[in-house]
Ligand binder design. Structure first.
Ligand SMILES: NC(=O)c1ccc[n+]([C@@H]2O[C@H](COP(=O)([O-])OP(=O)(O)OC[C@H]3O[C@@H](n4cnc5c(N)ncnc54)[C@H](O)[C@@H]3O)[C@@H](O)[C@H]2O)c1
Length: 274
């Protein structure tokens, strides 16, 4: 079933004083995630907002979990009315109490949990010799432990048939100088995905990872290795947040019912080039 909504935006033409229909779009709400309640962490970020929009447009009820609550509110407010079935929740993924409270709030608000996308992440740059213990703990906290805390909550409290998607990175398998904690965390995230998949199997909960390549978000363009040209990417190497959202949509949906413990590289072929 597809619900079609016709939205016509009435805009004033500058200087003309006339009212004119400048855009008219038909927004189809699909059913691939109909009524599934899915938490997206890092929902206010570049990839996070694409995940929220893609899932909402397939009928999901989405929990936008982010430290940056105001930005998440703005993203939720921009959803088309027919897809706006959401909860915004301030959440620090590096704090297990905050993670548990996010799942509490989800169950209280929607009465169920069917999916989690562990997407929150951060990338900082330093030579290996300069990282302190506190730096390591902060980086591993955001890029690894957050996913572990959410996976633990999900295995105990998610509906049977639920699914987890961990947003890792191609840094899990290849890397550049300056990002040792990030690369270590993303590699461990693949291992966490496999552990979650085998321990979730008895409850019919699946877990898979996506390894994005270079994706057009501020995280990419703030990367000093890219700015300096020491990490070379050409235009064919850069994907969009929607490329990641489309892959996550498949993995979180029932279409992937026999796919668990898998790692899907979404990088435009960058890591297979000689
Ligand atoms: N952009 C890329 O090229 C790229 C490539 C590979 C992997 N990734 C991964 O994709 C994910 C999203 O990246 P992005 O490019 O959208 O980055 P982004 O910086 O635009 O978004 C990250 C989001 O995570 C949130 N966040 C950070 N720490 C948090 C915490 N402790 N608790 C809750 N929220 C927190 C931020 O507020 C932000 O909204 C990350 O895991 C990143 O490692 C990105």
């Amino acid at each position: 079933m597809v619900i079609a909504i016709r939205r016509a935006a009435q805009n004033m033409l500058p200087g003309s004083g006339e009212s004119s229909t400048t855009s008219s779009s038909e927004t189809a709400i699909g059913t691939r995630l109909r009524d599934k309640v899915t938490i997206v962490t890092g929902a206010a970020g570049g990839i996070g907002q694409a995940l929220v929009r893609r899932f909402a447009m397939e009928g999901a009820r989405v929990v936008l979990a982010d430290r940056a609550e105001e930005n998440a509110q703005a993203i939720a407010a921009s959803l088309p009315a027919a897809a706006a079935n959401f909860l915004v929740r301030r959440c620090d993924v590096n704090d297990e109490k905050s993670v548990a409270a996010c799942v509490d709030a989800t169950l209280e608000h929607f009465g169920r949990l069917d999916g989690v996308v562990n997407n929150a992440g951060a990338m900082s740059f330093n030579p290996l010799t300069a990282w302190t213990r506190a730096d390591w703990e902060r980086m591993l906290g955001v890029d690894l432990l957050g996913a572990a805390f959410f996976s633990s909550e999900a295995l105990r409290r998610m509906n049977a048939g639920g699914a987890i998607v961990n947003i890792a990175s191609i840094h899990a398998v290849m890397t550049t100088p300056g990002v040792a904690p990030y690369a270590a965390a993303k590699a461990a995230l693949l291992s966490l995905t496999r552990s979650t998949a085998i321990e979730g199997k008895a409850r019919h909960i699946r877990a898979n990872a996506i390894l994005p390549g270079a994706i057009d978000t501020p995280m990419l363009w703030n990367n000093p290795n890219i700015k300096a040209g020491t990490e070379r990417i050409d235009k064919y190497d850069v994907g969009t947040p929607e490329d990641i959202a489309n892959a996550a949509l498949y993995l979180i949906s029932d279409e992937a019912r026999f796919v668990t413990g898998a790692s899907l590289v979404v990088d435009g072929g960058r890591t297979v080039r000689l």
